[in-house]
Design a binder for this molecule. Structure first.
Ligand SMILES: Nc1ncnc2c1ncn2[C@@H]1O[C@H](COP(=O)(O)OP(=O)(O)OP(=O)(O)O)[C@@H](O)[C@H]1O
Length: 397
C-alpha cells in the first residue's frame, strides 16, 4: 500500500478524467477554448512555485507555456489569482500583449477556474463577433500546477479610471452613459445565456487604452441561473442585491442591481450602499427605496433575521456605551434619502449655465436617475431587464 500514498490525489469521481500536466493545450476555435484537464497531484503542488497562499510567485521576464509568453508586468492579485501582462513570442499573434490569470494552486480555486473557462466559452459561442463586451479568453495552459487563463489584454479597470480621471468625484454623465450602454449589452448576453455574473463592480470592468470600449471580466463567481443555492454572501457586499441578503430565489436580476450601484459610483465616485453588514445594507436600501413588501419578507429564508412579525426592521447597531450589539426596531415607511436630491445639479450650478445647456443637463440627469431607480427596484421580479434598459430614454436624450 506504500505505493498508493504516492498516487495522484484525485478530487472526486467526476474529476478522475483530469490529470495534472505541463503540456500546453491544443489551440482550437477561439469561441471554444478547451479547459485543461485537471490536476491535483501532490507532487505538482509541492513544485508549484507558489507562496504559502497558493499564489504563483511570478518573476518579470519569466517564460510561460513552454516559451510562448514572456511576462513583463504584474497586474496584481485577486482572491483567486495573480494576473500578469505578457507578450506572445511565437505564432500568428507574435508581439501581441495578453493578460494571463494564474489561478492559485488550490483544489477549490482550480475547480472554480475550470468553471470560469466553461462559462467564458459559452458566452463566446453566443457572441462569435465579439460585440457584447465580455472579455475574450484566447486559450488556457497549465504551469507548475497552476491553471492559467490567457485573455486579451485590456488597459485598466473602471475603479482605476475613476481614481485617475474622476479624481474620486466620478466621471461626467456622457462618459457614464457610453459605459452604461456597453454594460447593458453585456448583461443582455448574460441573460440570453442564463448566466449570472455575480460579482459586478468597478474592479471587474476593464477598458481599452483609449477608454472608449469596456469589457466585463472576472467570471470567477459566475454561474447558471439554475445553480442558485440560497447563500447570503454571494456578490461583494456593497453591490449585493436585496434578494440575496434576504434569502429569496434569485436570477440574472442580481446583476442589474449591481450595475445600478456601479453606475451611481461611476458618476459620483461614492459607494451607494456602504453597508457594514448585510443587515446594515438592508437599512441603507430601505432609506433610499422605502420598505420591502411584507409578502416578500414572509417568503424570505432570512426574513426573520432582519424583520419582526409586525414587519418592523430589526436594525443591529453598536451600543454607544457598551460597544456591544443592540437591536433597534425601525418602522420605515417613506424613503428618507433621495436619488434626485443627491444627483440633480443644485439650482446655483444650473443658474450658471446657458439655458440650452441647462435644459440638456436636467434632461439627461432626470433620465439617468429614472434608469438607476429602475435598476434598484427592491422586488427583483419588477426590476428592469437589460433589454428595456437599452431602450431607456437615458440613451436617447
Ligand atoms: N484581460 C485583462 N486585461 C488587463 N487587466 C486585467 C485583465 N484581467 C484582469 N485584469 C486585472 O486583474 C484584476 C483581477 O482580475 P480578476 O478579477 O479576473 O481576478 P480575481 O483573482 O478573480 O480577482 P478578485 O478576487 O479581485 O475578483 C482586474 O481587476 C484587472 O485590474
Amino acid at each position: 500500500m506504500a505505493a498508493a500514498s504516492h498516487a495522484p490525489v484525485t478530487l472526486d469521481d467526476e474529476d478522475d478524467m483530469f490529470v495534472f500536466g505541463t503540456r500546453s493545450l491544443p489551440k482550437v476555435d477561439i469561441t471554444h477554448v478547451p479547459a485543461p484537464v485537471a490536476p491535483v497531484n501532490l507532487q505538482a503542488l509541492a513544485d508549484s512555485g507558489s507562496d504559502e497562499e497558493g499564489y504563483y510567485k511570478v518573476t518579470l521576464g519569466e517564460l510561460l507555456d513552454g516559451g510562448k509568453y514572456r511576462v513583463f508586468e504584474s497586474l496584481g492579485k485577486g482572491m483567486f489569482s495573480g494576473v500578469v501582462r505578457a507578450r506572445v513570442l511565437e505564432g500568428p499573434n507574435e508581439g501581441k500583449e495578453v493578460a494571463i490569470k494564474v489561478i492559485r494552486a488550490q483544489e477549490t480555486m482550480y475547480k472554480a477556474g475550470l468553471k470560469e473557462v466553461q462559462i467564458l466559452n459559452k458566452l463566446m459561442q453566443a457572441d462569435p463577433d465579439d460585440k457584447k463586451h465580455i472579455v475574450r479568453l484566447h486559450t488556457t495552459f497549465e504551469h507548475r500546477g497552476h491553471l492559467c487563463l490567457v485573455f486579451e489584454s485590456l488597459n485598466m479597470n473602471l475603479r482605476d479610471v475613476v481614481k485617475r480621471f474622476g479624481k474620486d468625484v466620478g466621471l461626467n454623465i456622457k462618459a457614464v452613459r457610453a459605459y452604461a450602454q456597453q454594460i447593458f449589452l453585456a448583461l443582455s448576453l448574460l441573460k440570453k445565456c442564463s448566466i449570472m455574473h455575480a460579482d459586478l463592480k468597478l474592479d471587474n470592468i476593464l477598458v481599452n487604452k483609449s477608454k472608449t470600449v469596456l469589457k466585463l471580466c472576472d467570471l470567477g463567481s459566475a454561474s447558471d441561473t439554475s445553480d442558485n443555492d440560497i447563500t447570503p454572501y454571494l456578490v461583494s457586499r456593497f453591490y449585493r442585491a436585496p434578494e440575496i441578503i434576504l434569502g429569496l430565489p434569485y436570477d440574472t436580476a442580481i446583476d442589474i442591481w449591481s450595475v445600478g450601484c456601479t453606475l451611481y459610483e461611476l458618476y459620483t465616485g461614492k459607494i451607494l450602499f456602504p453597508g457594514r453588514t448585510n443587515n446594515h445594507m438592508l437599512l441603507l436600501m430601505m432609506e433610499l427605496k422605502g420598505r420591502f413588501n411584507n409578502k416578500l419578507i414572509k417568503k424570505a429564508h432570512f426574513g426573520d433575521l432582519h424583520f419582526d412579525e409586525q414587519g418592523l426592521f430589526l436594525s443591529v447597531e453598536k451600543d454607544k456605551v457598551t460597544g456591544g450589539d443592540t437591536v433597534r426596531k425601525v418602522n420605515i415607511s417613506q424613503p428618507t434619502r433621495d436619488l434626485r436630491a443627491r444627483l440633480l445639479p443644485s439650482p446655483s450650478v444650473l443658474a450658471s449655465k446657458a439655458p440650452a445647456a441647462r435644459e440638456e443637463e436636467v434632461k439627461i440627469m432626470t433620465a439617468f436617475i429614472d434608469l438607476l431607480d429602475k435598476c434598484l427596484t427592491l422586488d427583483a421580479s419588477r426590476r428592469i431587464s437589460p433589454r428595456d434598459a437599452l431602450l431607456h430614454s437615458f440613451f436617447r436624450v
